[in-house]
Structure formats: structure tokens, C-alpha cells
Design a protein around this ligand. Sequence first.
Ligand code: SF4
Length: 352
Amino acid sequence: MSLSAEKAQDIRHNWTVDEAQALLSLPFNDLLFRAQTMHRRYFNPNEVQVSTLLSIKTGACPEDCAYCPQSARYDTGLEKEKLLEVQAVIEKAKAAKAAGSDRFCMGAAWRSPRKKDMPYVLAMVKGVKELGLETCMTLGMLDEEQSQQLAAAGLDYYNHNLDTSPEYYGEIITTRTYSDRLGTLANVRNAGMKVCSGGILGMGESTQDRAGLLVQLANLPTQPDSVPINQLVKVAGTPLESEQDLDPLDFVRVIAAARIMMPASHVRLSAGREQMSEEMQTMCFFAGANSIFYGECLLTTPNPAANKDQALFRKLGINSEHRVTREPESLETLLAVPENDERSLFYNAVQV
Ligand code: SF4
């Protein structure tokens, strides 16, 4: 069988929770071997895609996501901010480009964008796009019209996470339903944008819930282009502040299963990377993670400083992946801090 015929069989939309659980329960070495083998069929195993994330509107969110310091319902001491000015966002995107990012992600703590916000948001997309960067946004729920407007402005990716399994979801969020989330993903997909969707581990969910999340993602009509797998960052004041620590090897298992079930997707190490040792991140890359956010903060939670990423990538012989506009270059160039150190620009970022 040709590789392309084999590849067509790799991408399935009929996964069952039992199958996903069986993957998660494989002997660790067998699971990682399968994941690494699959990874090499679709990606250069020594390349990792790097994005920059900026909060364009922080805090005071009306939703009740139990993990989120930006919810107005929890007292986390987070300073809320208004929507940033369009020009300020474009300046930050320029700095991200100078620091080597190919993709600029903009996040706003909203239930969904209001009509009066849309012109500003659309102007941000156009302005960032004109810099030659890929654009990504996360703004909460979108209806059909908003999705069409964002696509027409040139938005490449839209992030909207499923967070967890449908069964566990009600323990984490009550202000929007699982089907609301799936509806937003359908609107984004139908408007022609690429979907970025994943979840959070360590919120007290069972292995079956982790399997259920992966099944939901893999069985979407088109598998998400990017699958962020977050580790809960326990923020004081949120309902999950005292949640039990996640076993790092269980996290790696989910990365590996995501790689096997969504072989052509970028699996992203997102929130919680600051709490991960170098060894754990390395295991995640081996298991098939091939995307990270870089910047001093991932939304409102700490993210490893760029120079730590640079050192780790150098140790591992990993280069940045540039699929759009540039030839591959070394991580050293990619993660070099620009002369006028702009890292502080990425400080005020928010949890989504
Ligand atoms: S995760 Fe997003 S929607 Fe939920 S409270 Fe935080 S900012 Fe609001």
C-alpha cells in the first residue's frame, strides 16, 4: 500500500471511547513507540511550531469556567483590562515577528464578541495579517455571521477548546453547553477557517473522560489543525485551586494518544508548561507534541522564558517549523530576543 493510502486510513472519525481508553492503557513504551512512529509519517520529528499569544482583553469574563482566573465570578486578584487599541496589538505582533514567531494568537476573555467590538477585532486581524503573520483568535462563542466576518478579514485559525469530555463538562462549566462549543466549531469550520481545539488535563477528570475528550476531537467532521493539550494551572481563588496534581506520565499518555488519533494535527503543549520539567517536555515531544507557545506568559499564567526554551531546543536538536513564509532557521535565531527587549509586551496574557 502506498504511504498516501496508508495515511488516508490513519485519519479516522469513528473512534470509540473504549478504543481511546485502550490506547491510554497500553504499556508506556508501546504507546510511545506507536505515537513516535505515527509522528514521523506526518511531521519532521525535530521541528516544533512556535506561536506567540497575546491577551487583547483581560479578565471580567461572565462565564464560570472553574479553572479560569479571568472569570468575574472568582477573586483571583487578576487586574482586568479593556480591549487593547488596534495599533497597540499590531505593534506587539511586529515584536513577535521580530522575535521569530510565525503565528500571532490574540485572546479575549468574552462569552462572545459584542457587535461593537467586531470592527476593532476585524481591524486587528487585517493589520496582523498584513505583517505576513498567520493569525489566530480566541474570543469565545461565535455565530455564523461573526465567523464569516472573521474569515473575510483573513483570520487563519480560531481557538475554541472543548475542555473535557461531554460527561465531565458540567462539573467545570455551567454557563455554556457542550453543544454550544461544538456549534462554534461548526461555524468556524463552515466559514473556512482552521480549527484549534483541545482540552485541559488535571481537573479531576477520569481516564475515561480523557478518552472521551480525544474521541470528540478526533471525530469532528475535520480533525482540528491544532490540538492544544493544557495542564491545569491551579490559580488561587478558582474552584480548582486545590485539585490533585496530575501524574506527569498520564499527561504524556494523552499527548501520545492524541498523536495517534489525530496524526496530521499539530499537538500543542500549552498552559502548564512552566510546571513541567525539561524531562517531561522532552517526553511530550517524543510522544508527538510539535507546537508550543512562546513568550513570558501564556495568557495570565507563567510560561517558560524564551531563553529556557532556546536552551532546551538546542539540547534536543529541535528547530522551529516554518510552514508558511520562511525556510527553516535555527531555534537560536527564532528565540533570540530582539535588541529592544520586547518580552515584557507579552506579559499580560490571559487564560482561555
Ligand atoms: S476560559 Fe474563557 S470563557 Fe471561560 S471564564 Fe475564562 S475567559 Fe471566560
